[in-house]
Design a protein around this ligand. Structure first.
Ligand code: AMP
Length: 207
C-alpha cells in the first residue's frame, strides 16, 4: 500500500503509543504534528514561538501553519511511500489540504470516552531521554528513571478540558467526513495497550 494512514481519535486515546506498532508493521514513518511542534518549541524556532500560546492553552494551532509543516515533511525521501499521521489532520480544512498533497488509504479511529481521557492524560509522563510515554497507574515507569520523568505542560485538567472541547467541535466531524469517503475503520480504544494493539494490528492487516 503506497498511501498514507491517518490515526484519528481524541487526545489521550493512545494514538502515539499505537503509532509505533503500526509503523513497525507497515514500515511507514510516524509523523506527529504534536511532536514536531514540541521540538520546534524547545528549539525556540519561529514556528515554536508562533505555536506556543495555542498549545499551552489547549487550542489548535492555525491550519495554515500546520499545513505548511506537513507539506515540507512530505518532501522528505522517507515519506515517498506514505506516512502514518498521528494528530493530523484535525480540521476539515487540514484534511482537504492533505487530499491535494497525498493519498490517504485508511483512517484508523481509536475511540475512548471523555471521562477516561481525562484520567489518562493527567497521569501521563514522558521520559525525556528515550521519548517513551508512561502512565502513573496504567503503565508505570521503572523506578530508577522516576526522577527524570516529565509531564507535558498541556497535560493539566484545565487544558485537557479545552483540548477535548476543541476535539468535539473541530476534529470529531472529520470522522464522518472520512466515513463518507469509505476510509474510516473504528477501533475500541478502552482496553489495555496490548488489547488495543491487537485490534489495531488486525485492522492494519486487512489493508
Ligand atoms: P498532540 O501531541 O497531538 O496532542 O498535540 C499537542 C498540541 O499541538 C495540540 O493541543 C495543538 O495545540 C497542537 N497541534 C498538534 N497537531 C495539530 C494539528 N494537526 N492542528 C492544530 N494544532 C495541532
Amino acid at each position: 500500500m503506497t498511501g498514507s494512514i491517518v490515526l484519528f481519535g481524541p487526545p489521550g486515546a493512545g494514538k502515539g503509543t499505537q503509532a509505533s506498532l503500526i509503523a513497525e508493521i507497515t514500515g511507514k514513518p510516524p509523523v506527529s504534528t504534536g511532536d514536531m511542534l514540541r521540538s520546534a518549541l524547545s528549539e525556540g524556532t519561529e514556528l515554536g514561538v508562533e505555536a506556543k500560546a495555542f498549545m499551552e492553552a489547549g487550542k489548535l494551532v492555525p491550519d495554515e501553519v500546520i499545513i505548511g509543516l506537513i507539506r515540507e515533511r512530505l518532501k522528505e525521501p522517507d515519506a515517498s511511500k506514505g506516512v502514518l499521521f498521528d494528530g493530523f489532520p484535525r480540521t476539515i480544512l487540514q484534511a482537504e489540504a492533505l487530499e491535494e498533497i497525498t493519498e490517504v488509504s485508511a483512517v484508523i479511529s481509536i475511540e475512548v470516552p471523555d471521562d477516561e481521557i481525562v484520567d489518562r492524560i493527567i497521569g501521563r509522563r514522558m521520559d525525556p531521554v528515550t521519548g517513551e510515554i508512561y502512565h502513573v497507574s496504567f503503565k508505570p515507569a521503572p523506578i530508577e528513571i522516576h526522577d527524570r520523568l516529565v509531564q507535558r505542560k498541556d497535560d493539566t485538567e484545565e487544558t485537557v478540558r479545552s483540548r477535548l472541547d476543541g476535539y468535539h467541535k473541530q476534529t470529531k466531524p472529520l470522522g464522518n467526513w472520512y466515513g463518507e469517503r469509505g476510509l474510516l475503520i473504528t477501533i475500541d480504544g478502552t482496553g489495555s495497550i496490548l488489547e488495543v494493539g491487537a485490534l489495531v494490528t488486525s485492522a492494519v492487516n486487512t489493508l
